[in-house]
Design a protein around this ligand. Sequence first.
Ligand code: SF4
Ligand code: SF4
Length: 112
Amino acid sequence: MSEENPCLTCGACCAYFRVSFYWGESNEAPGGIVPAELTEQVHQHLLCMKGTNNHPPRCVALQGEVGKKVSCSIYEHRPTPCREFNVYELDGSPNMRCFKLRGLTPPATIDL
Ligand code: SF4
Ligand code: SF4
């Protein structure tokens, strides 16, 4: 497992989607961890990361240059959609939206 995490030189998903989530994830709610000042209201029960509802979107917590070198300034406190969006799904299959954003063809699944 020596391959570097491709997310560190990507960030495409942080500058493409509206990153929205249940308001209870905000640190203004009991048990919430996402910094409220970096969120905005979408509707009564839904927040999004500031900047991701813009056109073009870009999360305010994203640092660096997309496609070169990036990091998430609230990595430990990022909301659920960010935690669930990875290069590979939990079952090991490629996350097609991630590969598409990067202009890549996912590796074929070959069963032995
Ligand atoms: S999950 Fe995919 S699209 Fe998002 S930063 Fe990582 S490599 Fe890029
Ligand atoms: S909170 Fe972090 S991981 Fe989530 S969209 Fe913003 S920069 Fe990306």
